[in-house]
Design a protein around this ligand. Structure first.
Ligand SMILES: [Zn+2]
Length: 328
């Protein structure tokens, strides 16, 4: 991975860091904050390589020297990664780190430590780390990674430069999910519902969402082929499944995505589809409707979503929605 590649994912963060490297002004402590899967660890390791590589070209580490290769394989004696031991990072882990740094440093004077899930440090561990941060040496960089920046001690934050990692754009999020073994239809759906990688993974792994997706497809199919039956199957299949308000809200979000997909079919832009495996059904439905009609349906779903937030009876809400979607 190069800075250039990383800048496609996190342009702002990479620009800040590479500029500081050029000016030889790296801070002693960084907090990398942002959602799961936004590349915090990749950037931290790249920064370690940049700091330690002796064969750099401008800011790019060579990737081939002993330092680069040992960082890549996770066994550089001067780069330490601390992860939670069970639920938390304990004081002994931070003390161990300090010991390592006191005794080692055979390769060079430079050292890097990376603390993953830094918000999970116990108070004692955090205070111990703080002492470390208070006595910086020019040759040490601490990089604290966190998804929960509000849980870090103020005293740690004030001694660090905080860099915020942006959520991934949806095509990159889909790629990350697929790398985790998620199917394209599920990955596309999750990425349409959230841009947080952890949340998206949860959505994909919950059987409920796969079923909800099927129910939404069924409802739209029924509205097209058997509109008079739609109210009956709403009673039989829908209301018992989407019992909670947030479940119904998710269902309405999926329904909205479906109509957007229909619009993309009408506009001949299938590359934007979220229900990627439903192209045939979408094309069938698109034959029987117009762009104007689809826009009206989207508005109806949006209105229903708003009214759901205002404590309207869910059954009544859905019945009215189905009646509106059925017309035309
Ligand atoms: Zn190198």
């Amino acid at each position: 991975m190069s800075w250039e590649q990383l800048s496609k994912r996190q342009p702002r963060v990479v620009k800040t860091l590479t500029n500081t490297v050029r000016k030889d002004r790296l801070a002693h402590a960084y907090v990398f904050e942002g959602g799961h899967g936004t590349g915090k660890m990749d950037v931290a390791l790249q920064l370690a390589k940049t700091f330690l590589c002796r064969e750099k070209t401008d800011v790019e580490p060579c990737g081939e020297c002993r330092d680069c290769r040992r960082i890549e394989s996770g066994n550089h004696p001067d780069v330490h990664v601390v992860q939670p031991d069970g639920q938390s990072i304990k004081i002994d882990q931070i003390r161990g780190l300090q010991k390592e740094f006191a005794y080692h440093g055979m390769e060079s004077e430079k050292k890097v430590y990376i603390v993953e899930h830094a918000d999970r440090m116990t108070v004692q561990a955090a205070n111990s780390l703080l002492k470390f941060l208070e006595e910086p040496t020019s040759s040490t960089i601490a990089i604290l990674l966190t998804e929960q920046v509000h849980r870090l001690l103020e005293t740690i934050m004030s001694r660090s430069q905080v860099l915020s990692f942006s959520p991934l754009p949806s095509d990159q999020l889909i790629a990350v999910l697929q790398n985790e073994g998620i199917s394209l239809p599920m990955a596309s759906m999750a990425a349409a519902l959230t841009n947080d990688t952890s949340e998206a993974l949860e959505i994909c792994r919950e059987e409920w969402f796969a079923q909800a997706r099927d129910k939404v497809i069924q409802l739209t199919e029924e509205l097209r082929s058997r509109p008079n039956q739609a109210l009956v199957s709403l009673q039989e299949n829908w209301l018992s499944f989407f019992k909670e308000k947030d479940q119904l809200d998710n269902a309405l979000s999926l329904l909205l995505i479906w109509y957007k997909d229909l619009l993309f079919i009408q506009l001949s832009e299938p590359e934007h589809l979220v229900f990627v495996d439903q192209r045939q059904a979408l094309e069938q439905q698109a034959l029987h409707t117009s762009q104007k009609r689809i826009s009206e349906n989207m508005l109806a779903v949006l209105t229903a979503k708003q009214r759901l937030g205002a404590n309207v009876n869910p059954q009544l809400l859905m019945e009215q929605l189905v009646l509106r979607l059925r017309e035309g």
